[in-house]
Write a protein that binds this ligand. Structure first.
Ligand code: ZN
Ligand code: ZN
Length: 68
């Protein structure tokens, strides 16, 4: 399936600066947009959405603290 622009309804236009993935936004590699969507799959094209788990970020922070 391809992008049929229904992702525009879920497209994220406001950005608080905390980090998109942190706020639960997901990126669709097919539509190339950040959307606010609870599911794992894009409601528009059906592709698997990209999410970055918070755990990864925390791990990186811990590693940085160790180096100090
Ligand atoms: Zn789309
Ligand atoms: Zn999509």
């Amino acid at each position: 399936m391809y992008c049929n622009n229904s992702c525009q309804k879920f497209k994220v236009t406001s950005f608080s600066g905390k980090g998109r993935y942190v706020e639960g936004q997901k990126r669709c590699p097919q539509c190339e947009v950040f959307i606010l969507w609870d599911g794992l799959w894009c409601p528009c094209c059906g592709r698997l959405l990209r999410t970055k788990p918070r755990a990864k970020k925390l791990k990186r922070k811990l590693a940085l603290n160790k180096n100090r």
